[in-house]
Design a protein around this ligand. Structure first.
Ligand code: 2BA
Length: 109
């Protein structure tokens, strides 16, 4: 058995969650925040049998799009800092960041 941790954009999370439900894939959604953009994203935790890992990866790949977002510049209160370098910069986010981990044991009591 494996634990799949998938960090996806909020815009993709609804349809991906529906796809998991339809495919009878159990998943937990967490509301999370990216460390770089500090924008909301969604993290799915999916415990899944080894033979279904590829099916889950395919669903994630098919339903998560890469998008361009703008990185907010840090706010400098010090007026001595050159503000001309603080324009938002475009950053390509996603489709999804996925980790697949081994599970030693899984229980549902
Ligand atoms: P964020 O940390 O908000 O990152 C959003 C996007 O900003 C990233 O997209 C990447 O294009 C860019 N980025 C992140 N850190 C950067 C840096 N130090 N310098 C320049 N650009 C940077 P993705 O790579 O698609 O990541 C989307 C979200 O997935 C991330 O949101 C974070 O929440 C998560 N993530 C990505 N890699 C991760 C990792 N190795 N461990 C844990 N979470 C990760």
């Amino acid at each position: 058995m494996k634990l799949i941790i998938a960090i996806v954009q909020d815009k993709d999370s609804h349809i991906l969650g529906n796809e998991f439900s339809e495919a009878d894939i159990r998943a937990t959604r967490l509301s999370t925040t990216g460390g770089f953009l500090r924008a909301g994203n969604t993290t799915f935790l999916i415990g899944i049998e080894d033979e279904r890992v590829q099916e889950v990866l395919d669903l994630i790949k098919d339903n998560c799009q890469a998008r361009e977002q703008f990185s907010a510049p840090p706010i400098h209160l010090d007026s001595a800092i050159d503000t001309s370098i603080s324009f938002p910069i475009p950053v390509t986010v996603g489709g999804a960041t996925v980790f697949v981990l081994p599970i030693d044991e899984a229980h549902r009591f």
